[in-house]
Design a protein around this ligand. Sequence first.
Ligand SMILES: Cc1cc2nc3c(=O)[nH]c(=O)nc-3n(C[C@H](O)[C@H](O)[C@H](O)COP(=O)(O)OP(=O)(O)OC[C@H]3O[C@@H](n4cnc5c(N)ncnc54)[C@H](O)[C@@H]3O)c2cc1C
Length: 379
Amino acid sequence: MKSVEHRTVIIVGAGPGGSAAAQRLAEAGVDVLMLERRHIVGNPAQCGECIPNWGEVVGTFLHLNDHEWLKSYFDFPERLRLHRLDNMRVFLPSGKSYEFELDAFSGHRLQFDGYLADKAVRAGAELRVNTALKRLQTQTKAGRELLVTSGGRFSCDVLIDASGSLAHVARLRHGQDRAVRPEDQVPTIYAQVKGEVPETFDVFLGSVAPSGYAWIIPKGPGFANVGLGVRAGKLKGDLKGHLEQFCKDLNLEILSIGGGWIPMGGPVKRMVDGNTLAVGDAAGLVMPSNGGGISQAIISGCFAAETVIDHLEHGTPLSEYERRVRASMGPALKNSLRTKNMGYAFMRGDLMTEAILRILGPIGGIKRAMECDRPLWLI
Ligand SMILES: Cc1cc2nc3c(=O)[nH]c(=O)nc-3n(C[C@H](O)[C@H](O)[C@H](O)COP(=O)(O)OP(=O)(O)OC[C@H]3O[C@@H](n4cnc5c(N)ncnc54)[C@H](O)[C@@H]3O)c2cc1C
């Protein structure tokens, strides 16, 4: 018999959600192990690399004003801040744009994720890289579930699924069950580029990215992250070719290319499954109207850890985690999902997109959509 290592809490995935949960748990003295399939945390990066500041976070979600731990967690050091993103411009198909304020910065996701994981380890969490969860195995007699990984077999009292958009724990346990797996996975591709880049976070809507958007996020003088997220099947040909053409049109030289899936279907129906809590992308917590998910991953990771601490100390049910997530992030995510669905339904072709945005732009509708406020047409 191969040995089984038992831990109090195991976290699958060392992205922002996993690292925030691990740090919060370790600081409370809970035994916690993070399993990460990558060799280097955060590598390869899969991101536009726009990271929100605390001001943006408390302005979007509820019940966070007095949360001192999260407030200080979002106080990221200057060395991670490559470029201030104080403004966003949204471009219509005609080239006309609307501009509004933003409270964010751009960074290198590789550095950012590494910094968060380091903090968790310094707080006392254990991190094992190169260790991928492969299978879940039920041992009926022993009444436990084993995590079979590329680095050995484990069991735990509580499992946190922080494995990102493809929600590996839910997939291994329930296959395609829509109650626990994030939906509407949008293929997204990005490039690190050099050339003449704007000062602002620029978003482009219309046929350049049908049912999605293209972006330029400046990362400092002469450098930017340029990307394209398009609903599956909406753009003929391969996404990489479209991104290359987009960069060529802007006279930007591509240095490297990456990509990933963004779950745009809103929160999963069930975030707690027995002893397992899904956080971040694995729980479908990305903003469907803008694809941002870093802050929700951190907040949900923190809420998951706090619920586990209460569970271990006072027997609080793990379902409390889902209640807190929905109370804080539910309204913004719901608005964002409505906006995305409206976009899918009405913004078909450049003419329609231009017409709708020309009506919404001057009355603040585009800003509301990007900030996940209730869409204007529902007020
Ligand atoms: C191209 C792109 C651009 C984006 N741009 C932005 C942006 O600019 N701003 C923003 O806020 N959000 C953006 N997002 C979304 C953001 O990246 C995610 O919402 C965020 O990373 C979610 O964090 P997480 O911790 O839940 O998951 P992840 O960051 O995805 O971390 C999951 C971790 O789990 C590991 N893992 C997966 N499976 C296993 C396994 N079986 N065993 C062990 N480890 C495993 C992975 O290697 C990974 O390290 C973008 C996403 C994409 C794809």
